[in-house]
Write a protein that binds this ligand. Sequence first.
Ligand SMILES: C[S@@+](CC[C@H](N)C(=O)[O-])C[C@H]1O[C@@H](n2cnc3c(N)ncnc32)[C@H](O)[C@@H]1O
Length: 226
Amino acid sequence: MTERNDADFHWPARDALETWTTPERLARIDAVLRKRIVSITTVFEDVFDPHNIAAGLRTSEGYGLHDIHVIQNQFGIRSNSTVAKSADQWLEIHAHSSTIAGVKALKEQGFSIWVSDLQATQALTEMPLDPRVALVVGNAKVGISEEMRALADRRYILPMYGMVQSFNLSVALAISLEQLVPRRRAELGGWGDMPMARMWPLRQRWLEFGQRHPEALRRGVQQENQ
Ligand SMILES: C[S@@+](CC[C@H](N)C(=O)[O-])C[C@H]1O[C@@H](n2cnc3c(N)ncnc32)[C@H](O)[C@@H]1O
């Protein structure tokens, strides 16, 4: 388990926009960034319902994930803003034109492809935690594609005990994240794993949200300090 102490953590510099941010918002931004997880990512394979995508984005962001991959074999990304609650503004969404292209990109980044699949037999909780995990959920009508099944490193089933045959895909994602993310957080001593090289520019961007002229504010503070 990697223990990281508060006292060990420092941002590389002071951002002038901190002056224009309330202490509460600054503390929130910093806490969220430090708990951001990039070694787990959500993948939607050809999901067409904007409500499901939006619910999945919101849940992924709520669990502290940052990167979302959308495979668009037939369906482009459409998200319902009422359901998403602006989750997308805090996430990085990567689009891929096909299952093969998406899986190739993820594998090149070192991700194991874990596919939630009604035809699988192994439970997610029995699977050893790979260093980087891409959790794939499939289309509401046809489920996971045969291509994705063939490319998967692991396939898992979420056990069901009722008469219905499947969970809604955003619910399946939420259950999967609950079974997976706490295991990773425990390994990380409760912290996230986003490298500083990503966290720092992201923090600069998040500090700009809601500011009309962030660059002018930054210049003003720098001039005052000269
Ligand atoms: C509504 S289900 C798809 C049902 C589709 N008729 C099928 O046969 O796969 C949408 C997606 O949610 C995920 N899912 C739903 N229930 C699941 C379960 N019990 N175990 C694993 N994945 C599940 C899968 O990724 C699935 O492709």
